[in-house]
Each structure stands twice: as C-alpha cells, then as structure tokens.
Design a protein around this ligand. Structure first.
Ligand SMILES: Cc1cc2nc3c(=O)[nH]c(=O)nc-3n(C[C@H](O)[C@H](O)[C@H](O)COP(=O)(O)O)c2cc1C
Ligand SMILES: *[C@@H]1O[C@H](CO)[C@@H](O)[C@H](O)[C@H]1NC(C)=O
Ligand SMILES: *[C@@H]1O[C@H](CO)[C@@H](O)[C@H](O)[C@H]1NC(C)=O
Ligand SMILES: *[C@@H]1O[C@H](CO)[C@@H](O)[C@H](O)[C@H]1NC(C)=O
Ligand SMILES: CC(=O)N[C@H]1CO[C@H](CO)[C@@H](O)[C@@H]1O
Length: 464
C-alpha cells in the first residue's frame, strides 16, 4: 500500500509539479494542476508521516548535518517531534519482539537513551516513532547551562559522536511542569504506566548540578522525590569519568550511601506507585570495579542497570579529524566496550536484576548481540541521529527477520543468555534494610528534599 503510494507520489510529483507544461493555461488545466497539487501534498503527507519513508533516513539526517551544526540539528529534531508533526511508526510490534521488565510486558525492546530529550519536550513524539522506552534527561535540580559551544561533534566516518554537553538542563521545575501537564488530570495509579500507553515505559534520568559536591547524594534524592510520581523508572548515573575508582564515587561506601539514599527516598514516596530505580554505568570500568559494583547492587533494592554511557576511550582505528575532541564518545566505536561491560555485569548479577544495553546500536543484529549478552532491552541514541526518524522501526524489522530466521523470540534469546550467564542459585545477600530511624543524616537529607519538592511543586503549579 505504501509502496504504491510512494510510486504514485513520485510520478505525481514528476508529472504534476516539476515539469512545466508549455501549453497555455485553461481553467480546466488550472483546476487539474490544483487537484494534482492537493493530491500530491496529501500523498506527501502520508509519505512524510511514515517513519519508514526513505526521506527520514537519506534526506533529512544528512540535510540537517549539512545545513546546521550538530547542536542546532539536534534542537531542530526535538522541536519537530515536540510539535506533534513528527513522522510515526504505523506498524504494530511483532509478537516476537515482546520483552519483560519486572514482570511487565513491553511491546518491543528498543528505547531511546538519555540525552536526546533532555528536558522532556518530545516524549510522545518519541513514543510515536516506535520506541517502547523513552528516557528523558539528564535533569539537574537547578537549571545549568552546560559547557560552552561547540560541544557536540559528528564523526560520520566512524559512525560516532563526541559530546561534552556538560549536562545542560532546564532544571527540575521546568521539566516537572512539562510532565505534569502531560498527565491528564489524575496521577496514574499503581497500574498505569507513566508512558500513558500499554507496553511502554517512561524513564527520567537524574543528574547532578555542577557545583554540588562529588560525594553528595542530595541531588539524586531530590530527583527521586520530584520525579518519582511521574515516571515508571528513575535512572541514577554512576558514570562521571573524571575521577578514578568508581568514577567519582571514590569508594564502595559512597556508592552504598548513594544507593541507600535513593532507595529510601523511593520507599518514602507518598504515592502508591513507586518507580523502579536503575543505575547507569560507564563502559570504562575495569572488570574488578564492575564486580564490586555488582556486589553493592545486589545488597540494595536497585532494580536494574543500564550499560552503558559514553566512553572516554578513543579506539586507535578512529579516522575522523575531530576524534581528539574532549568528551564522551558514542556510536559504533563504543559498542565493543559496552557489550563487554554488560556481559561482565551479567555474569555477576542475579537473573532477577535485568540489564539494559546501550552503545553503538544501529541495526537489528547489533541489538541481538546485546540480547545474547543478557540485555532485556536496548537503547539507541547515536544510531537514531544517523539513521533518522525510521531508525527504531528499521531496527525492529531487522530484529524480527533475524529472530524469524532462527525461529526464536527476543524473550527466548534473553532468557537463554541470562540463565547461562547469571550466577546460579540465589546469591541474594541479606538486603540492606533501611529502618526509618537508623540514619539521622539521611533522614535530614530526605526532609530537605521533601521541602524542595514542595517548593518545586508550587512553582510547577504556578508555571503550568
Ligand atoms: C549528545 C549526547 C548527549 C547525551 N546526554 C546524556 C545525558 O544527559 N545523560 C545520560 O545519562 N547519557 C547521555 N548520553 C549518553 C547516551 O544516553 C548513551 O548512553 C550513549 O550515547 C551510548 O549510546 P549510543 O552509542 O547509542 O549513542 C548522551 C549521549 C549523546 C551522544
Ligand atoms: C492494580 O492491579 C492489581 C492487580 O491486578 C489490583 O489488585 C489493584 O486493585 C489494581 N489497582 C487499581 C488502583 O486499579
Ligand atoms: C570539527 O568540529 C568543528 C566544530 O564543530 C567543525 O567546525 C569542523 O568542521 C569539524 N571538522 C570536520 C572535519 O568535520
Ligand atoms: C557519561 O560519560 C561522559 C563522558 O564519557 C561524562 O561526561 C558524563 O558525565 C557521563 N554521564 C553521566 C550521566 O554521568
Ligand atoms: C548528569 C550527572 O549528574 N552526572 C553525574 C554522574 O555521577 C557522577 C558521580 O558519580 C557525577 O560527578 C556526575 O556529575
């Protein structure tokens, strides 16, 4: 049907619009031109709105890269998706693509990673492109501008990207008011997904202000209080590259304090629905560090892990002249590191803690590599930037083809990997219990966060 439309469109365009007829215009002819024009425009709209159309892959992304600098191109794409005029994925997900997270069914395993929609402007536009998981952020408590421009660099020759945005964020208040205005009237009850559609999840990636102390967990606790009621999942990063050891969390105690703080804040949310808490890790951790992090995670009530963020490494085979720019490298060159880190973590975490793979996914085969390493879901950023609006749909179609060839479902592949790789038996160490009165400083922190949240709520209400 669509192919035929495209054919009709092409010939209509060729005949009706682009050739200048030499004969004089009669009213009938003018009427005909008008009709053809309207028809073409209509067909073009159908063609445009279908995320699979070739223009979204071969025309718009290169055009944006050519016409605009990297950051402006990114902003433009967010604005189009925000406007509701973005293209759509018109096909229902194949049942082979179903996956599960925490007992909940997700219609497909492809999500959009943090950093694309940093301020929560284009949530529904992104779901409409076929992603089953939309992660907004990172959002910092107070607004902050990030690093000076330029801070994003395309490395097309390497299918990569380097960014040093430095967490530009509009801050909690502004993003919260956007989330609130999106939720119709009532907060979702415990059975309603904040995605507001079945088989999908909305995640908020929590950030930290630049001036906050490295070891402080306050910003993350505030994030849990602020966004807990409006999200299905909250993502906490442990991936600042600047400090050795646990990348900023110099030691195990700090990581334990962070995880204890955010899980306690989650338990204390007044709403009946509690978001899942997921960690996001850097790909540059050593095996020993990953093993240690896994041990800490297992002792806490953290629900899952995203592997991974961008890398500070620069593989020697990079060719683009801008490869030495400072920042995090993403895209194809990142895949080897993320995949290795994910596999290490899978072999050290019990099966009940799902992993989400992220890094250099461009094709269905890439996604399948992650499933085979035990990832229940994958996320895409750079592959979406290069592949355009249809990237998600295309990855899903390729996945279905690959899975059908082997007669498997996504769930089959994941389950096999998890049962082969995850440690056998219930290795569950006694979970840390956070009695309400054990840690006065934590209580103090939560109280302060509560105050901040009330303030933000009021501000948000005023703004909305
Ligand atoms: C321009 C850009 C901005 C990003 N911003 C964030 C961010 O704010 N928070 C975060 O956790 N990850 C951020 N990321 C990392 C991505 O979420 C993802 O982990 C990484 O890009 C690897 O996936 P990819 O190879 O598919 O791009 C950003 C990535 C890029 C390219
Ligand atoms: C949510 O689902 C559970 C189990 O299906 C049910 O017992 C509960 O009443 C539901 N809650 C609401 C508010 O619908
Ligand atoms: C490298 O990045 C700068 C800054 O964005 C840009 O002006 C320049 O064209 C880039 N170099 C190449 C070869 O793309
Ligand atoms: C991800 O890594 C980049 C550099 O590799 C770093 O600047 C950033 O802080 C990390 N992301 C998060 C959410 O910490
Ligand atoms: C976005 C953000 O808040 N990144 C933080 C990730 O965590 C480290 C500490 O592990 C912070 O230093 C980063 O600022």
């Amino acid at each position: 049907m669509l192919r035929r439309n495209q054919g009709v469109l092409r010939s209509a365009l060729a005949r009706g619009l682009f050739t200048r007829a030499p004969s004089p215009r009669t009213p009938i002819r003018t009427g005909l031109y008008g009709t053809v024009f309207v028809l073409s425009a209509g067909l073009f709209t159908i063609y445009y709105l279908d995320a699979r159309s070739a223009i979204h892959r071969y025309f718009f992304p290169p055009l944006l890269r050519y016409a605009l600098d990297a950051e402006t191109g990114h902003k433009f794409a967010v604005q189009v998706l925000k406007s509701g005029l973005g293209p759509r994925d018109p096909v229902e997900d194949d049942t082979r693509l179903k996956t599960q997270l925490w007992g909940q069914e997700i219609s497909n395993p492809v999500g959009i990673a943090a950093g694309f929609d940093k301020h929560g402007e284009a949530i529904d536009g992104l779901f409409n492109l076929g992603f089953s998981w939309v992660e907004i952020g990172s959002v910092t408590p107070k607004p902050q501008p990030g690093n000076p421009r330029p801070r994003v660099f395309h490395l097309p020759a390497d299918s990569g990207l380097i960014n040093r945005y430095g967490f530009n964020s509009e801050g909690h208040t502004s993003v919260l008011s956007r989330l609130k205005s999106r939720i119709p009237r009532f907060l979702p009850d415990e059975n309603t997904s904040a995605a507001l559609r079945p088989g999908a999840m909305l995640a908020v990636n929590l950030g930290k202000n630049k001036e906050s102390a490295v070891e402080s967990i306050e910003d993350f606790v505030a994030g849990v209080r602020t966004f807990g009621p409006y999200s299905d999942v909250l993502v906490v990063n442990v991936s600042s590259p600047n400090t050795p050891g646990l990348r900023g969390l110099q030691n195990r105690d700090l990581l334990e304090a962070l995880l204890a703080g955010v899980t306690l804040a989650r338990e204390q949310l007044p709403s009946t629905r509690k978001p899942k808490l997921v960690l996001k890790l850097a790909p540059d951790l050593t095996e020993a560090q990953l093993v240690e992090i896994a041990a800490v995670i297992e002792k806490t009530n953290i629900d899952g892990v995203i592997v991974s963020n961008t890398t500070t490494q620069r593989p020697s085979d990079l060719v683009h002249p801008n490869k030495s720019e400072i920042g995090g490298l993403s895209g194809a060159p990142l895949k080897q590191y993320s995949l290795a880190a994910l596999r290490t973590l899978r072999t050290n975490l019990p099966a009940r803690i799902p992993l989400i793979g992220c890094g250099g996914i461009f094709t269905g085969a890439d996604a399948l590599d992650y499933a085979k390493a035990g990832a229940s879901l994958v996320q895409v950023y750079t592959g979406f930037g290069y592949g355009g609006a249809g990237a998600c749909r295309r990855i899903k179609d390729e996945l279905v083809d690959e899975l059908a060839k082997e007669g498997l479902t996504w769930g089959d592949v994941v389950n096999k990997a998890v049962s082969e790789l995850s440690p056998k038996g219930d290795t569950r160490v006694r979970r840390i219990e956070f009695a309400e009165n054990t840690d006065p400083s934590l209580q103090q922190l939560i109280a302060e966060a509560e105050e901040l949240k009330t303030l933000l709520d009021q501000l948000g209400d005023r703004k909305a």
